[in-house]
Design a protein. Structure first.
Length: 211
């Protein structure tokens, strides 16, 4: 566990592949139900990483590199992700200019599990972004309070992925709705690239190295 309140111990069975700027993953190298982790340097991205660093220390600090997660829901690379405007359908192609890591669940998810994962994500389309959930996580990190709160109809990016992954063999030791990107990274052993590795273009800004 990370501290006393973060994702359960790392699991085996998933595979992780890094894609650098302008390296697009080809269909056939992923399945619906897999997901990606990525990052940015915008204000909100930095805020998420700052909050994560309050809980992830020592050898686990590296997992705070990640501040965004998105779920793959089709063989064509369609994504469902929680963005500022809410839960939307996008596509892996929008991340081609930047670096991201692809997490393939492998035997952690059966075909039926994957159908259920994607069905949940489809159900979540149109939900609002979980600003209140972010406030709950921040309060917990700053004070150690175990009280969790949020509104139905709101989701954060990593919470959406974690709630969907409940339909597989992934098991979290706290509310999936409050799972952070760093939790997912630790759980699936997603390690950041070496310092100075090009990030590519994220949100229209050329980024490089660690945030």
């Amino acid at each position: 566990m990370i501290g006393a309140q973060h994702a359960a111990a790392q699991v085996e069975g998933a595979t992780v592949t890094r894609f650098g700027p302008n390296q697009s993953v080809q269909p056939g190298n992923f399945q619906p139900g897999d997901f990606i982790l990525t990052h940015g340097k915008a204000f909100f991205s930095r805020l998420i990483r700052f909050g994560q660093r309050l809980a992830f220390r020592g050898k686990d600090r590296k997992y705070t590199w990640w501040n965004h997660a998105a779920l793959i829901v089709s063989l064509n690379g369609d994504l469902i992700e929680a963005l500022g405007a809410g839960v939307e359908r996008t596509n892996l192609s929008r991340y081609v200019p930047t670096e991201y890591h692809l997490v393939c669940l492998g035997k952690l998810a059966s075909p039926h599990d994957r159908d259920q994962i994607c069905a949940f994500a489809e159900w979540a389309l149109g939900e609002k972004y979980g600003v209140v959930t972010i406030m709950s996580i921040a309060l917990s990190l700053l004070t150690g309070c175990r009280l969790k709160f949020g509104f139905d109809g709101q989701m954060i990016c990593s919470g959406l992925v974690a709630r969907a992954l409940e339909r597989s063999d992934a098991i979290f030791d706290r509310s999936p709705s409050h799972i952070m990107p760093a939790d997912l990274a630790k759980y699936f052993s997603v390690k950041p690239p070496p310092k100075g590795t090009p990030r590519g273009i994220v949100g229209g800004v050329t980024e490089r190295g660690h945030g």
